[in-house]
Design a protein around this ligand. Structure first.
Ligand code: C2E
Ligand code: MG
Ligand code: MG
Length: 572
């Protein structure tokens, strides 16, 4: 271990003791700060980075034990390793010091070899991860800093940093227990070590540090790689070894990894910056489907900054009332009669103008903001429907469709929210249809199943949105109480394609068999309407009928429809 990087604080009121010990420690390679008193020691510890304190017990003024107590009470310094220096026959002092939280002690006159061994033990303990025994974040950052400070003279002085995250680790932890989660991490650390040793020769790595950052995150510093391809090769091997089944809690579990890579570059001066970029690349690997390796490039940073900006702005948007709902009419295609609306979120950003849901719903889901936003959308859509009810009594059978995200379905308060909104607005439950995408069912399906059945029990309609995008097993259709299947736009736009027609036909037949109805979304042409009607698709929505409309425009549609209906009645 490169102990030369560690900084020791030596506290002793006796100048001779202090000088002798500090000189030897410095010769061994430590960086040493000295203090003459407890007060001075506390001041230094508060203003300098220190890895370990050697603390004399007997000092005039603030004693060693008093100093120790103060250190332990300080939130930032409370886990700083402290070795007490006591007189040989003062066993009471030692016991007291250990009780107060000293990590170890040495006796005077100090035996240098003993002191050194104890210092090393303490530093190692502080710099390794207790679960896996791997270097921890502190040590990893020290090594990375050392490599970054090295003059880049030779052609192969390049290096790479990996940021590794175990995909869906939380699922393992939650379903098999924390013990199994720990076992998984230990097993992975062994596999990584073996794989890295074996790849040494392939990629001509000169040195390599594998560390655990905490949680399910690991990092690797690979020294001696200049070619991105070599770094990727090493990372791919890590993916491969992680992918082999692991026996956990009596079953075989397989996991995947997302790995971000950043290559050394003169623009990096600080370890933090390099690690941040590796983390960003890892995040991209996750976002583009997990189980993969991504190499950092600057566009990722820009995208990450933009995301962060959206996140910050979105928080304000909720408070400042920048969100609105637009309403897209849903049409019963046989009679061309209005059957309801889908409420779609719109964000009027003060600088960017209109931001589309595709650009912010995902971020809102990740940050949890969707719970608040979705709750607002639900209440607003129901309120709007009731306002129209009052104005257009002849339309009191229209259904309001509201989109629900996976995250909302996992919130325990959802049922209460829906109940409250229905009772506050007076909208009958069957006139609310909650649209849920297939991906919802993938997440913790037991909980979701309970929630959906409870909503169904209240009389709320449920629709399966974007059907056919490929996530769902058909068994979901039996297991969950859906009233409606919404065929995804991609099938409708491609309905001239013979294969797609067959799929839509099969979905329609399946829906009929399960007493569900079918809505087609994204209808843009009359040909599509004709085709869909042949396939018994009842409801449709799309630009052909109407685009999503502001509430004022939607109101005009309602009024016109009322006039049409009245005209139809008077003819009949
Ligand atoms: P979605 O629920 O599948 O909504 C249908 C999307 O298709 C809407 O996009 C709509 O404007 C668009 N669309 C409708 N007809 C046509 C057409 O004929 N052609 C084309 N090309 N597109 C059409 P939008 O409004 O951009 O919403 C995108 C997605 O954002 C929605 O997909 C939904 O998943 C999500 N979203 C919107 N509002 C909410 C909300 O309040 N809560 C949640 N959780 N998600 C929402
Ligand atoms: Mg929808
Ligand atoms: Mg959809």
């Amino acid at each position: 271990m490169p102990s030369h990087l560690a900084t020791l604080l030596l506290v002793d009121d006796n100048a001779m003791n202090r000088d002798a010990l500090s000189r030897r420690l410095e010769r061994t390679g430590y960086h040493v700060l000295v203090a003459e008193s407890g007060e001075e020691a506390l001041a230094l510890a508060a203003t300098h980075h220190i890895d370990l304190v050697l603390l004399d017990v007997m000092m005039p003024g603030m004693s060693g034990t008093e100093t120790l107590t103060r250190l332990r009470q300080n939130r930032v310094l409370s886990d700083l390793p402290v070795i007490m220096v006591t007189a040989k026959d003062a066993s009471g002092d030692m016991v007291e010091a250990l009780d107060l939280g000293a990590n170890d002690y040495v006796t005077k006159p100090v035996d240098y070899a003993v002191a050194l061994a104890r210092i090393r033990t303490q530093l190692t303990a502080r710099r390794s991860d207790p679960l896996t025994g791997l270097p921890n974040r502190v040590l990893f950052m020290d090594r990375l800093t050392a490599v970054l400070q090295r003059p880049a003279t030779t052609p192969d002085s390049g290096f790479a940093v990996f940021f590794i995250d175990v995909d869906r680790f939380k699922v393992v932890n939650d379903s098999l227990g924390h013990l199994a989660g720990d076992q998984l991490l230990v097993e992975l650390s062994h596999r990584f070590q073996r794989s890295l040793r074996a790849t040494d020769t392939v990629a001509r790595i000169s040195d390599c540090t594998l560390a655990r950052m905490g949680g399910d995150e690991f990092t690797v510093l690979i020294d001696g790689v200049t070619a991105v391809d070599h770094a990727c090769l090493v990372a791919e091997r890590l993916l491969a070894v992680a992918g082999e089944p692991i026996a956990l809690a009596g079953r075989d579990v397989t996991v995947t990894l997302s790995i971000g890579i950043v290559m050394s570059d003169p623009r990096y001066a600080r370890a933090d910056d390099m690690l941040r970029d590796a983390d960003t690349a890892m995040y991209c690997a996750k976002a583009s489907g997990k189980a993969r390796v991504e190499v950092f490039d600057l566009s990722m940073l820009e995208a990450a900054m933009a995301r962060l900006q959206i996140e910050t702005d979105l928080r304000k948007a909720v408070v400042n009332g920048e969100l609105a709902l637009h309403y897209q009419p849903i049409v019963a295609m046989r009679e061309r009669r209005l059957s309801g609306f889908e409420a779609l979120l719109r964000w009027h950003h003060p600088e960017r103008g209109m931001v589309s849901p595709d650009q912010f719903i995902g971020i809102a889901e990740e940050t949890g903001l969707i719970v608040e936003i979705g709750g607002w959308a639900l209440a607003e859509a129901c309120r709007q429907m009731r306002a129209w009810d009052a104005e257009f009594p002849e339309h009191r059978d229209l259904v309001m469709n509201v989109n629900l995200s996976a995250r909302q379905c996992l919130e325990p308060q959802l049922l209460g929210d829906v109940t409250r909104v229905l009772s506050e607005t007076g909208l009958p439950a069957h006139r609310l249809k909650l649209e849920i995408t297939e991906s919802v069912m993938l997440a913790e399906s037991d909980l979701v199943e309970k929630t959906l059945h409870a909503l169904h029990g209240m009389g709320v309609q449920l629709g399966l949105d974007d059907f056919g995008m490929g996530y769902s097993a058909l068994s979901y259709l039996r297991r969950f109480p859906f009233r409606t299947i919404k065929i995804d736009r991609s099938f409708v736009s491609d309905i001239d394609n013979a294969e797609k027609v067959e799929i839509v036909r099969a979905i329609a037949a399946l829906a009929a068999g399960l007493s569900m109805n079918v809505t087609a979304e994204g209808i843009e042409t009359e040909e599509q309407v004709a085709r869909l009607r042949q396939l018994d698709c009842e409801l449709g929505q799309g630009f052909l009928f109407h685009r999503p409309l502001t509430s004022d425009k939607a109101r005009e549609v309602l009024r016109a429809d009322s006039i049409d209906a009245a005209a139809a009645r008077s003819v009949a």
